[in-house]
Write a protein that binds this ligand. Structure first.
Ligand code: 13P
Length: 266
């Protein structure tokens, strides 16, 4: 069965509640009737429930940008998967390079001292299991740094991330995961990964899934590409056999651009 394309907008730390509602309302009108592409928006935690209200009854799904692996308790600042579900989310992004602290913008002085959010492959895995346990679907992100790519280590890095990130899911859970391949150097830089190369790495990811969960699941799981996806490069990327969607940052903040990408998936 062909995989249904899935375009998700990661709004990151952008949009007030008011601005988010306006964007969601505009999007709703523009994507009405599109049922051959899955569509999601992932606003900030504080805007989740209001954006959820705005898109209720539409073909846009709600996603969150991170979660924690505990159900509840004394975990100041953390947000449990059940709370995301309660706010209306169906999806959660886990292991984005910006939560892994892999984006290399720490002040040089603080490099090595600051480790942003302490995300590791093992915490990505724990978060995914906790999300599945309450019935959320996951978008699990991976990607190599520019230095890793230049050292010829892309595949090694991706395979290592995937093996830990995806370990120990049930087959039913594995079916519900979506993987986002986001080369860190392509995020927010305007430097899109060459479509052939993005497809090749997505193929490497599919091979790891096959080794871990078998051919049927590997064929069913959707793999998104993320990193400077725009309306003018979307169709080429999304036309590749191993690329089943996009995780969109900057271009998801403007309805017309996001819709342009969704159309590129059709
Ligand atoms: P950009 O589309 O802004 O490059 O961001 C990609 C991304 O990180 C989506 O999660």
């Amino acid at each position: 069965m062909p995989r249904k394309p899935f375009i998700a907008g990661n709004w990151k730390m952008n949009k007030t509640i008011c601005e988010g509602i306006a964007l969601a309302n505009e999007l709703k009108g523009l994507v009405e009737g599109i049922n051959d592409v899955d569509i999601a928006v992932c606003p900030t935690f504080v805007a989740l429930s209001k954006i959820g209200d705005a898109i209720k009854g539409s073909n846009i799904m709600l996603g969150a940008q991170d979660t924690f692996w505990k159900e509840s308790g004394a975990w100041t600042r953390q947000i449990a998967p059940g709370m995301l579900l309660d706010a209306g989310a169906k999806w959660v992004i886990i292991g984005h390079s910006e939560t892994r602290g892999r984006f290399g913008t720490v002040d040089a002085e603080l490099e090595g001292v600051l480790n942003y959010f302490g995300e590791k492959d093992i915490t990505v895995n724990m978060k995914a299991k906790a999300a599945f346990a309450v019935g959320l679907n996951t978008i699990i992100a991976c990607g190599e740094l520019l230095s890793e790519r230049e050292a010829g280590k892309t595949d090694e890095v991706i395979v290592a991330q995937m093996k830990t990130d995806l370990a120990g899911f049930s087959n039913e859970q594995a079916m519900k995961m979506v993987i986002a391949y986001e080369p860190v150097w392509a995020i927010g830089t305007g430097k899109v990964c060459d479509a052939e190369e993005a497809d090749r790495v997505c193929g490497v990811i599919r091979k790891v899934i096959k080794e871990m969960y078998g051919a049927e699941i590997a064929e069913a799981v959707r793999i998104q590409y993320g990193g400077s996806v725009k309306p003018d490069n979307a169709a080429e990327l999304l036309g590749k056999p191993n690329i089943d969607g996009a995780l969109v940052g900057g271009a998801a903040l403007k309805a017309s651009d996001f819709v342009g990408i969704i159309k590129g998936a059709r």
